[in-house]
Design a protein. Structure first.
Length: 280
């Protein structure tokens, strides 16, 4: 019986020590929070609070997924104008915008390249419509980039910087010394610059998400549209002209360095005569 009492006493003592240790941190925190805050320590505490805000406002998953869709198409068309009219109808139907439109021709074909910005939700339908009249694509690249996490991360960091900016503005109203005011204003300028940079990133990313980009390259080898002579004799004549132009460029290059050629010739004659006299 005596041994049982001793064992029970030891067990009660161990539990009491454990409870005291568990309560100790909370008491320390209460003492720290109750301690007076001096003016010198206020800025440091504000910065520490802002760092805590960044942790609290860490990126969280949201139901809204942000996808950047892009398309890159290249194909041959027997009639560029007809193909363009078909694409333009789809552009009007889906409320898209033709951003760039470039056309021209080379020695063998006529081409027309343009960039289209189209609402994200109409991207797949638009690609399907303009693909119906194309028998073969030289290139058809469709990509989807999920930028949801990146968008949320930038937004969270921007909000944290805005909270930090608000704290510094409060400190500015309480500052009494010119040196303190200048230091706070310097910090505010840096924070505002970071906020504006992140706002710009978010606007650009949101623009890419809401409006997808489709780049289209069309070309034709139809001689009636290009106005290019594609006969064998024409090709030979083009090569002859190309060779003549190359020869002309070579001769012009020689003319440009004629003083060095003269010096080289005179030096060669001088060395040859000197060698001839020695041999005699």
């Amino acid at each position: 019986m005596k041994n049982a009492l001793v064992y029970f006493s030891l067990l009660f003592f161990a539990v009491s020590c454990k409870d005291a240790a568990a309560e100790a941190p909370s008491k320390v925190v209460m003492m720290d929070m109750a301690a007076p805050v001096t003016e010198e320590a206020a800025p440091a505490m504000e910065v520490a609070a802002s760092a805590e805000a960044i942790v609290v406002n860490s990126p969280q998953k949201t139901s809204e997924t942000k996808i950047i869709k892009t398309g890159n198409l290249r194909f041959e068309s027997s009639d560029l104008e007809s193909s363009f009219q078909t694409i333009q109808k789809s552009v009007t139907k889906h409320k898209a915008i033709i951003q760039n439109d470039n056309s021209g021709k080379d020695d063998y074909s006529v081409y027309r390249n343009f960039t289209i910005r189209i609402p994200n939700q109409d991207f797949d339908a638009f690609i399907s419509e303009i693909s119906q009249g194309v028998s073969h694509f030289d290139r058809k690249e469709i990509s989807q980039q999920d930028v949801t996490e990146e968008f949320i991360d930038i937004e969270a960091r921007m909000n944290a910087k805005k909270k930090l900016e608000a704290r510094y503005l409060q400190l500015l109203t309480k500052a009494n010394k010119v040196s303190e005011m200048l230091e706070i204003e310097k910090q505010l300028a840096e924070i505002r610059e970071e906020i504006e940079a992140k706002e710009g990133q978010l606007k650009y990313m949101q623009s890419q998400v809401s409006m997808s980009t489709v780049s289209i390259e069309m070309y034709t080898n139809n001689a009636s549209q290009s106005g290019i002579t594609v006969s064998y004799g024409g090709k030979i004549w083009n090569e002859i002209k190309s060779g003549f132009n190359g020869l002309s460029s070579f001769l012009l290059g020689i003319i440009g360095v004629w003083p060095f050629i003269i010096i080289f010739v005179l030096l060669f004659i001088f060395i040859k005569r000197r060698f001839k006299k020695k041999t005699e």
